[in-house]
Design a protein around this ligand. Structure first.
Ligand SMILES: Cc1ncc(COP(=O)(O)O)c(C=O)c1O
Length: 272
């Protein structure tokens, strides 16, 4: 039996990409991290829509999403639970920042094992801290899931296993997101999530939670949020495509309960 490949580069099993790829040199590209359940990528259309809009914003030719779906099926068929990471770079690029006039994007698909988070997090909630690292504001790059992630790498290096996630603020002090998640606060029955027009990644689960909340008749407000707004929240939750919704029960020294609205969202999204 031929072992199933774990990585495809432009549709071909491979372990390497070209050393002159612009993704490696400049972070010139985008990625998606997708949950695979029973062999099928979850929320595929949303992920492809974000990838396509990111490519349009960076001027990278739109990838063939059908070819990506073929990659996904080749890598993930028969896997009960897995993580699929898709990367598009502007391709091989000679020397210098100047983008090639006719870029030939590189398409990379990687399938990995499902991470084993402690069951405690879903049941009892995540333990969260504030990161010292601040996100720089740049509306041109805000929202998209581009490959230039040094701020997040350094933020995640700030702690080990004692916390489940770290919250990031921007250089003006506004709370933006977690290192791998978006954040929602519940106050007096309404949901609030930080505005991402200056920095941060507009998550697929953030979008799914906002739509689900509206279906449940809950008000959702997007606006700049301060540390005080977070401190005064009745409930706090984090969203990410892999773990979906995590309640937060501890943020630094402050404790929150796993609230009714968080439970309602967790339950209803499971059946989405
Ligand atoms: C910085 C950042 N923010 C938010 C998210 C959540 O995005 P999604 O819901 O698309 O998984 C991620 C996911 O990895 C992330 O890295």
């Amino acid at each position: 039996v031929t072992p199933r490949p774990a990585i495809l580069v432009n549709g071909v099993p491979a372990k390497h990409v070209a050393a002159d790829d612009r993704g490696l040199h400049y972070g010139d590209g985008l990625f998606e991290t997708i949950a695979v359940i029973a062999g099928e990528p979850r929320r595929w259309m949303r992920h492809m829509a974000r990838l396509e809009s990111g490519c349009a914003r960076l001027g990278i030719p739109t990838p063939d999403t059908g070819a990506f779906l073929d990659d996904a099926r080749t890598l993930c068929a028969g896997r009960d639970r897995a993580v699929l990471k898709l990367i598009v770079t502007r391709g091989r690029g000679g020397r210098g920042y100047r983008p090639p006039s006719a870029p030939q994007p590189t398409r990379i698909a990687v399938c990995s094992n499902w991470p084993e988070w402690p069951a405690r997090i879903a049941d009892e909630g995540a333990r969260v801290r504030y990161c010292r690292m601040r996100l720089g504001r740049n509306p041109v790059l805000a929202g998209i899931k581009h490959l230039s992630r040094l701020e997040y790498v350094l933020a995640r290096a700030e702690w080990g296993n004692e916390y489940d996630e770290g919250l990031l603020r921007d250089d003006a002090g506004n709370v933006v997101e977690g290192t791998v998640s978006n954040v929602f606060a519940v106050s007096r029955g309404a949901l609030y999530t930080p505005d991402l027009s200056q920095c941060g990644v507009a998550g697929i689960m953030r979008e799914a939670v906002m739509e689900q909340a509206q279906r449940l008749g809950l008000a959702v407000h997007t606006r700049p949020m301060t540390r005080d707004d977070i401190a005064q929240a009745d409930e706090l939750l984090l969203t990410n495509s892999l773990h979906e919704v995590w309640p937060v029960t501890q943020l630094e020294k402050q404790h929150y309960g796993v609230g009714p609205l968080t439970r309602r969202l967790m339950e209803s999204l499971r059946h989405e």
